[in-house]
Design a protein around this ligand. Structure first.
Ligand code: SF4
Length: 182
């Protein structure tokens, strides 16, 4: 069923997804910046605390597994090669498929798990820049910020999501659309 409770037909997302095959370069393009973000986030936090850095890396890993468990099983790309970052395939190996009609609300309810991966290192960087400024720290902060707040959103919206068959059903793309119109 679709999110508005209509039965799916051959021309609707579920069928289209199984015919799509995202190229490897796009999967890498989606995942490498995320890995860079986490490494630079850890490098920033370790200046405050080694245990904090270890906690950040564990949290980052858990947040991705949470995404596979709580969001991907509701997605039309679950278990298909149409998922732009490959999570849909991994999720299908670990977690059971859920009702795709509930994707919107489950996405909104669970996407917050990812926010600390961005905002905890950003807060640590601001604190450190104020308290113990150095050029190295400034460089780490610049790479982290450009990757997390410019490169990842651009890749996600301009490449990964732009041609997605289910973008009209995705809260992430709807937010962009309403911002553009609003
Ligand atoms: S498109 Fe997003 S929600 Fe859907 S399977 Fe891929 S990572 Fe998960």
């Amino acid at each position: 069923m679709t999110s508005d409770n209509r039965p799916e037909t051959q021309n609707e997302p579920e069928a289209l997804c199984h015919n799509s095959n995202i190229p490897l370069w796009l999967v890498l393009l989606d995942n490498i910046p995320t890995a860079v973000l986490m490494v630079f986030g850890a490098l920033i936090i370790t200046r405050l605390s080694t245990w904090g850095m270890i906690g950040y890396l564990i949290y980052s890993l858990v947040s991705i597994i949470w995404f596979w468990a709580k969001i991907c099983p509701y997605c039309h790309h679950y278990g298909t090669l149409a998922c732009p970052c490959g999570y849909g395939v991994i999720s299908a190996k670990l977690f059971k498929k859920r009702d795709a009609g509930l994707f919107k609300q489950t996405f909104k309810r669970n996407i917050g798990i990812m926010f600390p991966v961005w905002f905890v290192p950003a807060a640590a960087a601001i604190f450190l820049l104020i308290s113990t400024y150095s050029r190295d720290l400034m460089l780490l902060t610049a790479v982290f910020s450009v990757t997390g707040f410019i490169i990842i959103p651009i890749i996600s919206k301009a490449v990964g999501c732009r041609n997605c068959e289910i973008k009209d059903d995705c809260p992430w793309m709807q937010k962009k659309g309403s911002a553009a119109h609003g």
